[in-house]
Design a protein around this ligand. Structure first.
Ligand SMILES: [Fe+2]
Length: 189
């Protein structure tokens, strides 16, 4: 495996080991549990390596302060989905990066277009929706629907929403390392 690729996986692994116990934004489970549950749901539904990688890493932007300055320059003063996408953009394919970037937009999209979706959101997710701009307006929906990877964005969002089960057992992070290795590219020179 290429050395930089090895480094980014090792770095992510170490962050999750050390800080994964932190609370997942008022949901009653930890960041590690939420990330692993999202990946597990993707895996159980026969998701591709890229889909599982997005599911696992979609909230990595919550740990932005852990990444080297070069990545931080791209991510600071942004929302967590942009921070996460920008950090990953040197190492992962565009599909993965854009799916991480759009996981909040997908919630805003589904609230605007899918009846019953809003009612299924957790209280914490409704709270953050308000901060994130609320349901999309018509113009935003049109833009979202024009995105090549729109279906992936929605899929990931639904795994994300479902991955809030307190006490659910999942494989450990190490189980997903080979998946990340298969998906990685190394764009950074
Ligand atoms: Fe999430």
């Amino acid at each position: 495996m290429e050395s930089k690729a090895n480094n980014i996986i090792a770095l992510i692994y170490e962050i999750i080991e050390r800080r994964g116990h932190e609370s997942y934004l008022g949901e009653g489970l930890s960041m590690r549990e939420h990330m692993l549950q999202t990946a597990f749901l993707a895996e159980n539904e026969g998701g591709s390596d890229e889909e599982i990688a997005v599911a696992l890493l979609h909230d990595i932007g919550h740990f932005t302060d852990e990444f080297p300055e070069k990545s931080l320059e791209k991510g600071l003063n942004n929302f967590h989905e942009d921070c996460g996408a920008n950090i990953l953009s040197s190492f992962f394919p565009e599909t993965v990066v854009e799916a991480v970037r759009h996981h909040v937009e997908a919630k805003r999209y589904l609230c605007a277009t899918e009846s019953g979706y809003f009612a299924c959101l957790s209280a914490a997710s409704v709270n953050s929706l308000n901060v994130q701009g609320g349901p999309m307006n018509e113009a935003e929906v049109t833009i979202f629907e024009g995105h090549t990877h729109k279906n992936l964005f929605v899929k990931v969002r639904k795994w994300d929403d479902a991955a809030k089960v307190v006490g659910m057992s999942t494989p450990p992070f190490s189980h997903y390392v080979p998946v990340l290795e298969r998906v990685l590219i190394t764009r950074e020179k």
